[in-house]
Design a protein around this ligand. Sequence first.
Ligand SMILES: Cc1cc2nc3c(=O)[nH]c(=O)nc-3n(C[C@H](O)[C@H](O)[C@H](O)COP(=O)(O)OP(=O)(O)OC[C@H]3O[C@@H](n4cnc5c(N)ncnc54)[C@H](O)[C@@H]3O)c2cc1C
Length: 417
Amino acid sequence: MSELKADALVLGAGMVGVSAALHLQQRGRDVILVDKHELAGQETSFGNAGLIECASVFPYMFPRDFGQILRYAMGSAPQVRYRISSLPDFLPWLVRYFLASSPERALRSAMAELPLIRRSLIEHEALIAEAGVPELLRRTGWLKLFRSEATLAAAARDFERAQHYGVAGDILDREAISAREPNLTGEFAGAIYLPAPGFVPDPGGLAKAYAALFKRKGGRFLVGDARRLEQVPGGWRLAGSDGAAVAREVVVALGPWSDLVFGPLGYSIPLSVKRGYHLHLEPRGNAVLHHPVLDADLGYLLAPMNRGIRLTTGVEFAPRDAPPTPIQLTRALPRARALFPLGEAVDAKPWMGARPCLPDMLPVIGKAPRHAGLWFDFGHQHHGLTLGPATGRLLAEMMTGEPPFADPSPFAVERFG
Ligand SMILES: Cc1cc2nc3c(=O)[nH]c(=O)nc-3n(C[C@H](O)[C@H](O)[C@H](O)COP(=O)(O)OP(=O)(O)OC[C@H]3O[C@@H](n4cnc5c(N)ncnc54)[C@H](O)[C@@H]3O)c2cc1C
């Protein structure tokens, strides 16, 4: 069997791995991308809502409002669902998530991530230009709709806080909502319009375009199972379906599957998942949706993708590999149909994905403490499309000894002891 040699193997060709591979390549490293699929961007990075969320200063933390916690616990909030049978598995992680969501710690997470968030769209714009796919970035911003005065007021307070960190936007009344989205129907208290975030109408296509750029620049792709990674003298080896690859360094960028590699190597890292679903539907007649629209109180989002209107759901706490239970999607469908004229479903069945999450909602980026040449780049939670290229830059700067553009210490795996 032939053996490919490179400077680094990057395990996982989702948005995070492909971006890390490109940034390493830009710095002169010979890189082999490894994935179990023949194409990049086939998993979580395929199915997201397409938002490059450069306005998302505050990560999605565990709520601290008692009423909201009670609604989540009773299963009456459409934004979050959990399976009672999975609760014993999730409870320890949820406790850590709750503790990491105190106002002080949540602010610490937000400030740690802010330089990456600010860099997110800039890094995508550079890669999109180099990949030659300007059509995959729309500068429409997005809309968050609120049905109740109370939720609008709470969101307006958060928005005001975010404005201190440079986030721009407008609070819209009913008329202004209609002017932006004439085809929406419903009783709204108001909306927040965020103009800066980018929208990607084919997120899987963007990961593929970045992977094509990587290959055009001499990068190689190996189909293989990352679980076959082995440490060998002087580096790392992985036997793929068409031969093996060896390199001095390896990056674990397997998103929600990263534990399949760090676990057997002896690392205990509290990586968990928040599952989510999507379904594409045709717009009815000539109806056009101009922006991604979050129906905040009803817990779903509609995004005008190339394939159709993509309905994405909130969070489901269930094991990564358990069979799909798209109850949130089923419940959201009639609400979405009442909001916007939707026709037939384009997909035969709902897609399911898993947001890879650490309790403090920060990714793990940096060197593994106990293995030479092993690097981590996973746990991008709700923002992996957004942050992939920015974290790819940060990781590549660390690996090549360049001064990092942001302080990497909050992302070190050592924070988990
Ligand atoms: C419903 C939903 C909506 C979302 N909306 C947004 C949004 O609007 N904006 C945003 O920024 N983020 C969003 N996200 C989050 C975002 O999609 C993720 O954070 C991101 O895709 C994670 O990227 P990744 O590359 O780490 O993981 P993945 O894209 O899952 O990539 C991991 C790769 O590892 C490969 N792999 C797995 N196991 C193996 C193995 N054993 N051997 C080899 N390869 C393997 C997989 O094939 C895959 O290619 C959303 C997520 C969901 C679920």
